[in-house]
Write a protein that binds this ligand. Sequence first.
Ligand code: ATP
Ligand code: MG
Length: 375
Amino acid sequence: MKKPGSKIPPFAALFSSSTRGTTVVQPNEVEELVDIDRVPRETSGGAEADLAFLSILSGEENPLVEKTVPAAPEAPARSVMDTMDESTPLASQLAHETRRRERLSHRQLPKPPHTRYLTISNQKGGVGKTTTTVNVAAALAAAGLNVLVVDIDPQGNASTALGVEHHADVDSIYDVLINDMALADVVAPCPDLEHLVVAPATIHLAGAEIELVSMVAREQRLRRALDQYAKHRESTGLPRLDYVFIDCPPSLGLLTVNAFVAAREVLIPIQCEYYALEGLSQLLKNIEMIQKHLNSDLVVSTILLTMYDGRTNLAAQVAAEVREHFPNQVLQAIIPRSVRISEAPSYQQTVITYDPNSTGALSYLEAAAELAERG
Ligand code: ATP
Ligand code: MG
């Protein structure tokens, strides 16, 4: 696990092999998704075989191999997969994860032909909007793509997770929306990821909903700022942005409307719990209104199932129901409930930098790869 403040490893290596254009997105096997981050603790003192597999995967020396497999110099070299039996649930789970990592290592993410503008929205609170924004953005930036995260939630959670200052004195997206400050003057680099920049949110943004009401072109302000920023990057020789992610607050007020007008795509995270679809029709109606009156280009391009708990039938039922309603939008990748994902923000990190080997990081890498490959 990465220590707080430490730098990201050469993570782009995960996507390094050049099989671009030939790789087919491999679906996750939903029923096999459990939060493996928690498994070692929950099975402590369990089967020796499971511990052996854990050590194989973590690259540590495996005491069981020492004891039971004496060195045979003339034996042909074997891969990790060859050494795996899958006779216990944990071993089978680990083997499954290793296969997913293998598949991921053969993927190189394409650059989109134009900057993709995505807003991450769901008026339900706590469904994983911010977690999805920062981790998908981090996964794409780790793969070498140029990414901007715009935090327009007064809570400033995305700014926290990306390790960017956002106390009251910092120039922020509030100044862009209300005081006409250039976005270029407020963006800050994410300390852990070279290709990621962030427009932070401060507490001042809490008043912006009301201040915006009486302003000219109140729904267009973020879009204009983003257009100007794209021109600024071009004129100053900075590379073109590949992705812009806008992290929305859990409401459908003017801040969210600004995000809908600025974006071309909506990414909706849906938590795999009982009330998942409740309120979604209201969100879709609002998006329709925006399409009709303010931004005809806007589409709901992506739905991501989050906080999936593989041990419950309910999660599987919710996932199946969402897929039935939105067969073309739902990503195959599913984000499991994961302790590492929820811990990462307290170290001002994404799970991609905090614990790149965790199941949570793997799932967000898969989601990001799928998003990029779908185009
Ligand atoms: P808000 O509506 O308040 O902006 P949100 O939709 O942005 O919330 P998050 O802040 O991303 O939701 O997530 C809510 C909580 O759930 C956070 O504490 C986060 O760490 C945790 N969480 C998110 N995704 C997962 C996950 N896959 N596994 C475990 N915990 C998660
Ligand atoms: Mg949030």
